[in-house]
Structure formats: structure tokens, C-alpha cells
Design a protein around this ligand. Structure first.
Ligand code: NAD
Ligand code: UDP
Ligand code: UDP
Length: 350
């Protein structure tokens, strides 16, 4: 690894997405050179527009399912659609992105002796019957359902990471990310936090799937990026997997109530069918992250929601949040509205 004064050349795949754009910002602030690679399927140039003038930042349009030859010291592999609506739009491409993307990025890391971190997911635990979920739990995943392209793709990527580690000595980090929210989530990606906030701000009904008694644990993006970065910077020898998420658990209905309260919205709750294979509960056991790199989330839900509401309110004021057409219960089965001429179910362009 080439390091002058701790300054590194860092590749962030999926860097124009929600999490990736925040990560790029953080790495630049630390003085690193950042190469952001993205095919703009769900991310946009706009997410990194403010970084384009920085001489330490480079944006490359590229699909990670294809080989990539660059010289870097570290790789954060985030490229993959993350919301059910997006990853179910083209499930074969989702699996290819996770699996072929992992092979290419691991091949690259092997060739240039770079450390590589995989953005894995709590979805590897499926609909868990162990609660909260420790890293030692192997999960309960349906291999043939509509979520499988994402869950199994990410599981296979983890396998590849550990096999490149064992077989080729690649210095890997596998981070299992739990539900994360914050500014720059796409307003139409169908995830619960963005849906509820957009619906509340537009005065539209808040769509609760099922009875809303399923739980999630929501981590604010700044906490998440801090966790990924600390994990990456650990001395060699700790591949993970490590859960990164907020262990405070809420029902979906509680989340809706918080959003209504914080926006002062008059939106009513409407109940829609629960999508298939929707996990009933999810909460990370984060003891390993605490022990290894002293990390735990700091931003409580209310504070994080306020910042996220402020972001979406800004889009609304700027006329960039057209009247809401609700995302559907079965993800790709329903075609949502277009945003600035961009349709959710077609690849996003910059
Ligand atoms: P996102 O959709 O905003 O970002 C994903 C980015 O990857 C987008 O910019 C997209 O254009 C890009 N991308 C997709 N396919 C690609 C390909 N084949 N080649 C190049 N770029 C491609 O989603 P996000 O929430 O920022 O998620 C980032 C990563 O974190 C994903 O790997 C996701 O699985 C993982 N993750 C996120 C969460 C969460 O709650 N946000 C939870 C668990 C895991
Ligand atoms: N690869 C890449 N960039 C590199 C090196 C490799 O994209 O700098 C890709 C290449 O497409 C290859 C894959 O990574 O197919 C896996 O590489 P590896 O060396 O493990 O396998 P091999 O080249 O023997 O198939
Ligand atoms: N959900 C909901 N209404 C929405 C969007 C999502 O009730 O408008 C529910 C969804 O069924 C799931 C939870 O919120 O139980 C989290 O959904 P999300 O898509 O954000 O993340 P994931 O299911 O991948 O954890």
C-alpha cells in the first residue's frame, strides 16, 4: 500500500449513491484522493456535484460488473442498488452487480494489494429467528423469493471476500450495514424513511405495509460512515464480518408517528399488504464493532429525522419533489412517478 503522510488513493464504488456520496465527502475531508466509480443506476451526479471542483476527487462512469484497472490503496465496494424497489427492478443485474462486481473489485484489490471493504447488509440474516442479530448468526434467507437477488447476491459476495482472503491473502473487511437513512436518500426509492417523510411533507397518506408492527433499527448516515471508516482503518487481521447499525429498535408504525409529529403533518395512516418475505424484526448486536473499533451510533432517531426532513423539505421548496405517487407494496410491480424527468424503474442518468 502506497501511503504518503497517511494520504491514500481510495476507490469508492457506488460513490454517487446515498451512502457513497457521504463517504466520499468524509474521505476527501481526511485528505485522501478519491476515485468515485458509479454507473448512475440509482445514484446521481448531483449527489457529488459539490465535490467535482476538488482536485482530489475524480468521478468515473463505469459498471462494476465489468473489469476495472486502476491503481489504488483502498477500495470501498458500495456499488449495488439498496432499496427493494430498485433491486427488484432488474433482479438478474442486481445479482450480477453483487457477484461479478465483487469478483472484479477483489481481482483489482489482489493485483494492487489494496485493502477492500464490502458494504454487506443485515439482509444476509433474512427474516431472522435470532434477535438481536449477532455476526455469528447464519440467517434465514429464502433463496428463491423476490428479495433473494439482493440477499443471496450479498451472501455470495461475502463468500467471495472470505475466499479471496483465505486463498489469495487479500486484506478484506466485511461490514454488515443495517437500515440507514439521511439526506440524499432518493425521494422515490421506496424505503420507509424517505417514503414517510415525502408523504408527510406532501400531505399524502402514509403507507404502512402490513400492520406496521414489523421492526427496524435506523442508523443515521453520519454514524454509519464513521463506522465504515473506523473499520477500514483497523490494523490488518480483522476481516469481520462486523454489524454496523443502530441497536435502538422501532416498529414501522412508531416511525410513522414520529415523522408525523416532527413534520406537523396532517397525513393519515393507510394500511397496505406486507410485501413477500418482508422481515418481521431487525436489530443489530453491535458488541463486535464496539470492541474492535470503539464505535457506536451517536445520533438519535429524532435528531436524524429532523436533518432528513430538512433535506426533503429543501427539495420540496425547490420544486424538486413533485406530487407523490406512492411506491407500491411489491416494489417493481408498481411504477412510481418520475423525478426531474428520471423514472425510478429505468436506470438513473446523471
Ligand atoms: P444507493 O442506491 O443510493 O447507492 C448505490 C450506488 O451504486 C448508486 O450510486 C448506484 O448508481 C451504484 N450502482 C449500482 N449498480 C452499479 C453497478 N453495477 N456499477 C456501478 N455502480 C452501481 O444505495 P445506498 O443506500 O447508498 O447503499 C450503498 C451500499 O450499501 C449498497 O451496496 C447497499 O447494498 C449497502 N447497504 C445499504 C443500506 C442502507 O440502509 N442504505 C443497508 C445495507 C446495505
Ligand atoms: N480484475 C479487474 N481489475 C484488476 C484485476 C482484475 O477488474 O485490476 C478483474 C478481472 O476481470 C478478473 C477478476 O477481476 O476476471 C478476478 O481477478 P482474478 O485475478 O482473481 O482472476 P482471473 O484474472 O484469474 O480470472
Ligand atoms: N415499509 C412501509 N411503508 C413504506 C415503505 C416500507 O411500511 O412505504 C416497511 C417495509 O414493509 C419494511 C420496513 O418498512 O417492513 C422497511 O422497509 P425498507 O424498504 O425501508 O427496508 P428493508 O425492508 O429493506 O429493511
Amino acid at each position: 500500500m502506497r501511503v504518503y503522510n497517511n494520504q491514500r488513493r481510495i476507490l469508492v464504488t457506488g460513490g454517487a449513491g446515498f451512502l457513497g456520496s457521504h463517504l466520499c465527502e468524509r474521505l476527501l475531508a481526511q485528505g485522501h484522493d478519491v476515485l468515485c466509480v458509479d454507473n448512475f443506476f440509482t445514484g446521481t451526479r448531483r449527489n457529488v456535484e459539490h465535490l467535482l471542483g476538488n482536485p482530489h476527487f475524480e468521478l468515473m462512469r463505469h459498471d462494476v460488473t465489468l473489469p476495472l484497472y486502476v491503481e489504488v490503496d483502498q477500495v470501498y465496494n458500495l456499488a449495488c442498488p439498496a432499496s427493494p424497489v430498485h433491486y427488484q427492478h432488474d433482479p438478474v443485474q442486481t445479482t450480477k452487480t453483487s457477484v461479478h462486481g465483487a469478483i472484479n473489485m477483489l481481482g483489482l484489490a489482489k493485483r494492487v494489494h489494496a485493502r477492500i471493504l464490502q458494504a454487506s447488509t443485515s439482509e444476509v440474516y433474512g427474516d431472522p429467528d435470532v434477535h438481536p442479530q449477532p455476526e455469528s448468526y447464519w440467517g434465514k434467507v429464502n433463496p428463491i423469493g423476490v428479495r433473494s437477488c439482493y440477499d443471496e447476491g450479498k451472501r455470495c459476495a461475502e463468500t467471495l471476500f472470505f475466499d479471496y482472503h483465505r486463498q489469495h491473502g487479500v486484506d478484506i473487511r466485511v461490514a454488515r450495514i443495517f437500515n440507514t437513512y439521511g439526506p440524499r436518500m432518493h425521494p422515490r426509492d421506496g424505503r420507509v424513511v424517505s417514503n414517510f417523510i415525502v408523504q408527510a411533507l406532501c400531505g399524502d397518506p402514509i403507507t404502512i405495509y402490513g400492520e406496521g408492527l414489523q421492526t427496524r433499527s435506523f442508523c443515521f448516515v453520519d454514524d454509519l460512515v464513521e463506522g465504515l471508516n473506523r473499520f477500514m482503518e483497523l490494523a490488518p487481521g480483522e476481516p469481520g464480518p462486523v454489524n454496523i447499525g443502530n441497536p435502538v429498535e422501532f416498529t414501522v408504525r412508531e416511525l410513522a408517528q414520529q415523522v408525523i409529529r416532527l413534520t406537523g403533518s396532517s397525513s393519515k395512516l393507510v394500511f397496505e399488504p406486507l410485501p413477500s418475505d418482508d422481515p418481521m424484526q431487525r436489530r443489530p448486536d453491535i458488541r463486535r464493532a464496539k470492541e474492535l473499533f470503539g464505535w457506536q451510533p451517536r445520533v438519535q432517531l429524532e435528531k436524524g429525522l429532523r436533518k432528513t426532513i430538512e433535506y426533503f423539505d429543501g427539495l420540496l421548496t425547490a420544486g424538486e419533489l413533485p406530487a407523490v405517487q406512492r411506491a407500491g407494496t411489491q416494489g417493481a410491480a408498481v411504477v412510481p412517478a418520475s423525478v426531474n424527468g428520471i423514472t425510478v424503474h429505468a436506470p438513473f442518468d446523471a
